[in-house]
Ligand binder design. Sequence first.
Ligand code: 5RP
Length: 219
Amino acid sequence: MTQDELKALVGRAAIEYVPAGTVVGVGTGSTVNHFIDALAAMPVPVAGAVSSSRASSERLAARGIRVLEAGEVERLPVYIDGADEIDERGFMIKGGGAALTREKIVADLAERFVCIADASKRVPVLGRYPLPVEVIAMALPQVARRFAALGGVATQRAGVVTDNGHPILDVRGLAIADPPAMEAEINQWPGVVTVGIFARHRAQVCLLGTEAGVQTLRY
Ligand code: 5RP
C-alpha cells in the first residue's frame, strides 16, 4: 500500500470513534482529509465539527458538514487528528501543516484525542522530525537562540504564515526524551505562541495504518 492508502485506511477507521449526531473536533492534514471524506459519508450525520484550520473548515463545508467556532461548544466527545511523530506513550510532534495552535485549542476541548497516522509516524523518541514552533515575529531571533542553547537549529519556515498570522520555526537536532518537561519549558519562553510537542494533549488512542491493516494503540 502507498502512504496515502494507509492514511485513507485510518481516516475511514476513525469513524468508529465518532458518536452519531454529535459535534466532533477535526484536525488538519492529508490524513484528516480522508477522515473528513468518510465523515461526510456517515449514514447518521454528525451535528457539526469544530475545525483546527481554514483548510479543514473549507473541506468540511464543501462536503455539507456544519462548521462551528470553538467558542460555540464547551466540550467535544472526540478530537481526530494526524501527527508528524508519535511515541510509545502517545506523545506527539505536530504542526507539519502549520496548524498546531488551533489543533491544541480544539484538542483541549475534547474528552479524547484519537490520532490517525500511517506507520512511518511511530518513533521510539520524538525529535527526528523538525519540531514546529509558532512564534510572534519580533521574537524569532531570541527564540532561535534559546533553541541553539538546547542544541537545536531553528529555521524559519519559508513562505508560511499560520492562520493566526504568525511565522513558524522548524527546529532540528533535538532529542525530546522528556516531552512533558520540554513542552512546559518552551511554553514559558516569551514570544512562543505554541510548541508542536503534544504531551499535555497527547493521544489516548492511535489508529496506525500498517500493511497488515489498522493497528489500535491505547495509552
Ligand atoms: C498539521 C499537523 C498534521 O496532523 C501533521 O502534519 C500530519 O499531517 P499528514 O496527515 O498530512 O501527514 O499537525 O499541523
